[in-house]
Write a protein that binds this ligand. Sequence first.
Ligand SMILES: Cc1cc2nc3c(=O)[nH]c(=O)nc-3n(C[C@H](O)[C@H](O)[C@H](O)COP(=O)(O)OP(=O)(O)OC[C@H]3O[C@@H](n4cnc5c(N)ncnc54)[C@H](O)[C@@H]3O)c2cc1C
Length: 407
Amino acid sequence: MFGSRLDTDGKTRSERTKRHVNPGHSSKEETLVVGGGIIGASVALALSRRGASVRILERAEPGGLATHAAAGILGPMNETDRPGPFLDLMRQSLSLYPGFVAGLIEETGLSPDLVLDGILSVAPTPSDRAALKARHIWQRAIDPEVTFLEGAAAKELEPALTGTVDSALWYPREGHVFAPRLIKALFGALARRGVALEQGVQVVRIQPEPSGTLAVIDDTGGTRHARSVVLAAGAALSAIGIPGSPVRIHPVNGQILAVRSPGSFYRRVVFYPPHGYFVPKKDGTVVIGATEERIGGRTRVTPAGLLDFLTPLAPLAPDLLSLPLHHTWSGLRPCSEDALPVLGPLPACPNIFVAGGHYRNGILLAPVTGEILADMVTGQSSPLTTLSAPFSPGRFNGDPSKKFLTK
Ligand SMILES: Cc1cc2nc3c(=O)[nH]c(=O)nc-3n(C[C@H](O)[C@H](O)[C@H](O)COP(=O)(O)OP(=O)(O)OC[C@H]3O[C@@H](n4cnc5c(N)ncnc54)[C@H](O)[C@@H]3O)c2cc1C
């Protein structure tokens, strides 16, 4: 079920589930990953595959803040307005996806329904056409397979587009995955590898110790000691007290829904202006989203929010709006001050690593984030760590001209 397990900060400790999977004994040689969402799980798996001793601390349900809410789109080209390091990072992660998923299926037998059969970005009216053409020019220089289509050709690719479509861009190698199944498969793989998951542990503070290790303190005052820590606490990352950390992550609420189609004849992910999309899933549901609202650390679903992306959908794909409503939900995207990922060690404490701020693209960026963080924590430099250099937490302190990247 999509996003049905949203976390709340208001729960008392006794209300939170206390569950330890493979608890073992924590040790000063371990890496502790704080947060069991898609990012924490991917980092833990990559670390475990490199032979590192790793344990996940999760305050509630793994992935409950954002991962379970995600539409699962893997679509780099629609997520930025220009070429540059962010697009490079997303495209690199997309290229890792088939191997990432194949490894999970091999280890667990669980399939997260990866589909890479193309994404459309449509211009509903002639006045939207020029913007699409401008995108096509810079994007085809990066990927010659990006194609400009007239409306009729776009409608052939996606039967839900029975309304007005002027033109479209076609990204034949992009697609989507079923995020709740992906995280289930990740935790299946982690359990098989003996990686410990401690559930019901809310980390409140991390303190460097004179010996060079870290004290990781939870809300009961309990302390674990670790060689290194990876912060993967999603939209709640900034609530963890860390001396001198320049990283601020803000929660951005996303409202989203699913309708149930009678068969599986809808096929492609479609982006439509100003910021809507729909995603036909293999199980016959069509996910339609999503809002972006800065309303603090709470989630909400409102009729006005749903209208925000349903109203522009009506002239494009009217049949979708007549399908039975299956489910509505919302989740909290983790957004940094420049809306870009934050990857790497904290300048003031190099054995605390941030894996955060994935905002609209944490599902897409999970494979590359896992590899990058695992390389960093185990002290290896690689082409991927070079690729991640612009996303260092250090950009938020020091030279103000380097403070913000451009998305
Ligand atoms: C409506 C919506 C649609 C989206 N669609 C897409 C999409 O199509 N494609 C895409 O790539 N991305 C999408 N995203 C974004 C994606 O879901 C996020 O970027 C991603 O899930 C972030 O993963 P995470 O592991 O960092 O955070 P989360 O999944 O939020 O996981 C963080 C975990 O940390 C735990 N935690 C928090 N604080 C503590 C603490 N102090 N101690 C212990 N544990 C803690 C939480 O309980 C949680 O389980 C969408 C998001 C939303 C809301």
